[in-house]
Design a protein around this ligand. Sequence first.
Ligand code: GUN
Ligand code: FE
Length: 428
Amino acid sequence: MNMKNFILKGDICFSRSKEELSCVEQGYLVCTDGICRGVFREIPQAYAGLSVQNWEHAMILPGLYDLHVHAPQYAFAGTGMDLELLKWLETRTFPEEERYADPEYARKAYGLFARKLKESATVRACIFGTIHREATQILMEELEKTGLKTMVGKVSMDRNASAGLLEPGPFAAARSVCQWLDGVSGKYENVKPVVTPRFVPACTEELLGELGKICEERKLPVQSHLSENPSEIAWVKELCPWAESYAEVYEHFGLLGMPEAPAVMAHCVYSGESENEKKLLRENPVYIAHCPQSNTDLSSGIAPVRRYLEEGMLVGLGTDIAGGHKMSVFQTMAEAIQVSKLRWRLADDSLAPLRTEETFYLGTKGGGSFFGKVGSFEPGYELDAVIIDEERLSTPARLSMKERLERIIYLSEDRDVVGKYVAGEKIF
Ligand code: GUN
Ligand code: FE
């Protein structure tokens, strides 16, 4: 029996666009060969033979997509949250990431990270490792076992880091990426590599150039950080005075993605302040990973997400563990709304706060499109789905489907995720 042919029956919600939420009470979600064939009020004749799983007191949603998360930082998430970015990197992050030189430590820490990700509502994620090849391969092994679809990067850095995280020069650092890529090539079904310069302050121009060549030659995507914090941006100006914007440094070295392999740039809190940077983000296949919890925890600022959407940029959500403290994209959706309201109230009342439809879209279909045709239940999409049990959220109030979804976004926890499918494959 093909396990990827089935029907899920229950209350179903998904995004068609950033404005349009589609909700069907007691609908039938049909999956054949791992592909969604649509949501129906009655089972179409053509699918009459498929097995039907009935979910009550639950909501069936597309899975969630985390465009930016640091696996090695899960081990210290929730600590050091009274610091700003650069101090936090120096005093908390780099010392912890140094520990991944030890494969035994990496196995323990990455096993816990993979388990947490598997239990969450996240179905696909774009993940940073550390500079260490062996540890990054261990991370890939642990993730492969979860069945989730992930992109993993061995981090590159050859300046402005602690001694234990400095690779010995740009060419050795680039060679290390190639060795890692050759070592993992074809090994995993679910985990794919992504080229990962940490950010401009930690990579010499020679290294950025070499990484751009690797992306081009191997047709690989890239992930990094962009315009997160004012001191970071000033530092990039000092390091690369020739560039009109921070994004131009990545663009100059071929690190803003290509059509077959887009880029993810985390944060972009201040990208709206530079016409040059906005133009580059519009004209290149770049996903902005909006990470509101991290931007609050590290007092980075609030990205003008509505403006980015209006201007046609690609935007998804990221938890940015451990800049953010919780590895929940539902929580990220809630906080995207919260910070957009504060931004509107305190800084710029010309930009309306985000609406539920919009943030749900960002965490599903919007960010999901980085991984392919996923994140919706429209026909032809790969079937990623999560089942959220609503027992714990039960209330005597009469709620609409949208209100139930809002409560799931704001109140649900990993323990409420009782079923999960990725590309039609049952995870649990
Ligand atoms: N910029 C460079 N490295 C990091 C990191 O690990 N986390 C965050 N939030 N920003 C960064
Ligand atoms: Fe980050």
